[in-house]
Design a protein around this ligand. Structure first.
Ligand code: SAM
Ligand code: SF4
Length: 335
């Protein structure tokens, strides 16, 4: 018996957590080489190993059929992928509640208007320093003025609820915490401070010595601005606060110091099509052969994604003792 009524299936894991948020990495490549994310000399994936835009679109569409309401495009740097706007145009038609991108901002002056037109709802822009020389040292290849032009372009294109992301490292940029907060306040945008995660081996600095906990960052901000928690559950590692006299929210992304796994609502897909069930574990399913073996049917893909929910681990165990628990870099993971 067939029914014409479409039932919305839901993704639920063994621990009763509903997955309604997917981060899609559209490329592992980047025009920066941030010291916490990559090594100086990177070997990127051969093109044939990377999913085509059409394959990424199929994955987005199947997840949406399975009740996913939020998709974030990330990478690598999503805006270095050629023809990325075509994918954004397509995902923009899927009726998501929240469609966002994380970008380093270097190409936003060129793309912001187009992204807005294509139906992207929000942008997170990474900025770790407001000092041009230091910005260059942290990103190795980036130009601060280009990124600031990009933030301006995004605001002019009508993006609201823009959020800055800053990874804070002791001895590198921890003296800029209040400057970054003031920059966000002046522009009425939000800012999140991120604890560095042990993804991949970095040679530039000692992660143990550079580790700066969210509690330390919060204390510094509170010397100037009292912070009031915002009642908002994200299902992720972020906690949000408000300051008096400002609309800007301050977020703390604390994968080390605040366990959030109990509410985890998200999965990730790497640029190669590996569905990662947890940021801090290797549990995964390779979706690429399923996509390529079944070019005209999304059913096998759908089944694989539903089955994969059983692999989602209960929690991750990051430590700050310098162990690299995960050999893949963040640009592979899709931060
Ligand atoms: N290229 C884009 C960008 O930089 O915004 C998107 C991808 S990047 C991997 C996403 C976010 O992950 C950025 O905000 C970056 O600062 C953060 N990130 C990268 N490596 C990290 C690490 N080891 N620990 C914590 N955050 C990291
Ligand atoms: Fe590129 Fe983003 Fe990684 Fe920096 S954090 S190297 S901008 S992918």
């Amino acid at each position: 018996m067939t029914s014409s009524v479409k039932t919305v299936e839901r993704l639920v894991d063994r621990f009763g957590r509903r997955v309604n948020y997917v981060r899609l990495s559209v490329t592992d490549r980047c025009d920066f080489r941030c010291v916490y994310c990559m090594t100086e000399k990177m070997t990127f994936l051969p093109r044939e190993q990377v999913l085509s835009l059409e394959e990424i679109g199929r994955i987005a569409s199947v997840f949406t059929d399975l009740g996913v309401e939020k998709i974030r495009l990330t990478g690598g740097e999503p805006l270095v992928r050629r023809d990325i706007v075509e994918l954004i145009d397509y995902i923009g038609t899927l009726g998501l509640k929240d469609f966002t991108m994380t970008t380093n901002g270097s190409q936003l002056s060129r793309y912001a208007q187009q992204l807005k037109k294509s139906g992207l709802h929000r942008l997170n822009i990474s900025v770790d320093s407001l000092d041009p020389d230091r910005f260059k040292r942290i990103t190795r290849l980036g130009s601060l003025s280009k990124v600031i032009d990009g933030i301006d372009a995004a605001q002019n294109a009508g993006f609201t609820r823009i959020k800055l992301n800053a990874v804070i490292m002791k001895g590198r940029n921890d003296d800029e915490i209040l400057d970054l907060v003031n920059f966000a306040r002046e522009r009425s945008i939000d800012i999140s401070f991120i604890e560095e995660m042990p993804l991949g081996h970095v040679s530039d600095h000692n992660r143990v010595e550079a580790f700066c906990s969210s509690d330390e960052v919060k204390k510094i901000i509170e010397t100037q601005y009292p912070l009031r928690p915002v009642a908002q559950k994200t299902g992720g590692p972020s906690r949000y606060f408000k300051m008096p006299g400002s609309n800007s929210q301050i977020g703390f992304i604390s994968p080390h110091s605040h366990n959030f796994c109990g509410d985890c609502n998200r999965v990730r897909v790497t640029a190669e099509g590996r569905l990662l069930l947890c940021l801090g574990n290797e549990h995964s399913v390779d979706l690429r052969p399923i996509l390529r073996d079944n070019p005209s049917s999304n059913e096998p893909l759908k089944e694989a994604i539903i089955d994969a929910m059983d692999l989602k681990p209960e929690r991750h165990y990051f430590t700050t003792d310098g162990d690299i628990q995960i050999v893949r870099f963040m640009n592979m993971t899709g931060g």
